[in-house]
Design a protein around this ligand. Structure first.
Ligand code: ASP
Length: 456
């Protein structure tokens, strides 16, 4: 494998399974060595080596919890250090590095625990930090001129919402300076520095965010995201075993599909690269020659072509009926205002002449909230009828080519009817690149299979 794209610049992010043990780290070395444009490497903490294994981040959480419960966490810390030591030994890197890691973890664990959330993030962030130090050492040992870069020192500034930090704007200009770096930069994902001098982490899986921020800051030509799957598939392979791989999709298509359950990316994770228009390439560390899936701002498309079908459970709908609703000025606003005042975010609001539905996520609409909301709707809007239906799944058919294509809806409804799936609700999004069906959650799998057969 020798791809030499001199001149272009790639930010390459490796997830936890790509760094789980020495064998995986060796693949990472080869991937980076094979392409000189891979100049920025963002790493997660070592993940699971097999299904029963524990991720380093989870081991670190156990360390922090032990300390907060007043225990010394020695055993838990030893398990963390051993994960790095096993990679260090197998890769022939100096043992000193592991001693430094053990010493740093001891220091972190000995720090003040009075602010539990801040303490937890300080410990969690260590997983990525140590991994980057170790990977940089492995690179050097293997002839790749590399340098570990500390995100805090490089200027990645985040809000102090521990465990849920948000990147602060000034980070971009600061990190942009790394563009002039001549060595391969090895950058730990998942955390940044807070304005008050602490460390805060992104939500779980947040190394994707670090990679995207860095890619936008250094104006990368491509953001490569190496994981453990060959590509994105046109439907969940657990539901449609031979689902077709997707070679290219647009940001919009990705957003719609991940909304309905595709585990491509955390939508918010890649906002920086989407804004900067940087293509994302999802690739497999275990099959580095496979082209993977490109996610781009635009693509050529064939009319009527569908890129993917997704379906997610966990939705419910409030259905409201009132004769002459269409003439009642402000009805929709007052309904949505009730939800706003109850701090409920709504997902969709399909409407008819005398009726309106609001689709919500079930986890945001507990039974006691439902009682309050329905009472307010009855009092404030005097509907003829109001009801709630739970246990819904939303199925999405997505494709840029669906825009202006005649007959898509009938193909979909025909397929669902043939499979005996009752459509509770149908909505062609205003984006016109998707069609959405509400079905009973128990029909989700059947619906996805039927639609896949109809469109692929
Ligand atoms: N190591 C962190 C986690 O397990 C972050 C990441 O892998 O992206 O969530």
């Amino acid at each position: 494998m020798t791809e030499k794209h001199v001149g272009s610049l790639k930010v390459v992010k490796f997830g936890g399974t790509s760094l789980a043990d020495a064998g995986q780290v060796e693949k990472v070395v080869n991937i980076v060595r094979s392409d000189v444009s891979r100049r920025f490497v963002v790493v997660s903490a070592p993940g699971k080596r097999h299904s029963g294994d524990i991720k380093v981040t989870d081991l670190l959480i156990a360390c922090a919890e032990a300390r907060c419960a007043g225990r010394n966490a020695r055993e838990e810390a030893a398990a963390v250090v051993e994960r790095y030591a096993s990679i260090q030994r197998a890769m022939g890197v100096e043992e000193k590095l592991v001693q430094e890691i053990a010493e740093d973890l001891r220091r972190r664990l000995a720090s003040d625990t009075s602010d539990k959330k801040a303490f937890m993030d300080l410990i969690k962030a260590a997983g990525e930090d140590y991994c980057a130090r170790l990977v940089a050492a492995v690179f050097l040992k293997n002839g790749v001129r590399a340098r570990y870069v500390n995100p805090v020192e490089a200027g990645l500034l985040v809000s102090d919402e521990y465990g849920n930090a948000v990147v602060l704007k000034e980070s971009y200009a600061r990190l942009a300076k790394l563009r002039n770096e001549t060595n391969v930069v090895v950058f730990p994902g998942f955390f940044g520095g807070t304005p008050s001098g602490g460390i805060a982490t992104f939500p779980r899986g947040g190394s994707d965010i670090s990679g995207a921020v860095l890619a936008a800051a250094v104006r990368a030509d491509v953001y490569e995201n190496f994981t453990d799957v060959d590509s994105v598939f046109a439907a969940d392979p657990r539901i449609v075993p031979n689902a077709r791989p997707v070679s290219i999709m647009t940001y919009r298509e990705m957003r719609e599909l991940s909304y309905a359950g595709f585990a491509v990316f955390h939508d918010e994770a890649i906002e920086p690269v989407v804004r900067a228009g940087i293509p994302i390439n999802i690739r497999n560390t275990n099959k580095p020659d496979a082209p993977g899936t490109m996610i781009t701002p635009h693509r050529d498309h064939v009319s009527g072509a569908v890129v993917g079908i997704a379906g997610a459970e966990g939705f419910c709908t409030i259905f409201i009926e009132k004769y002459l609703m269409n003439r009642e000025i402000g009805f929709g606003r007052r309904l949505l205002q009730i939800l706003e005042e109850e701090r409920i975010s709504y997902e969709h609001a399909p409407s008819g002449i005398d009726n309106m539905s609001v689709i919500l996520r079930e986890n945001a609409f507990a039974e006691e909230v439902e009682c309050r909301v329905l009472e307010r709707i009855r009092d404030e809007l005097s509907p003829d009828d109001v009801s709630v239906e739970r246990g819904l799944a939303l199925i999405m058919i997505v494709g840029e080519g669906m825009h202006y294509c005649v007959g898509m809806a009938s193909r979909a409804t025909g397929a669902l009817a043939k499979a005996g799936v009752n459509i509770e609700m149908m909505n062609q999004g205003s984006s016109e690149i998707s069609m959405m069906f509400g079905v009973k959650a128990t029909d989700r799998v059947k619906a996805i299979r039927a639609l896949y057969d109809a469109f692929f």
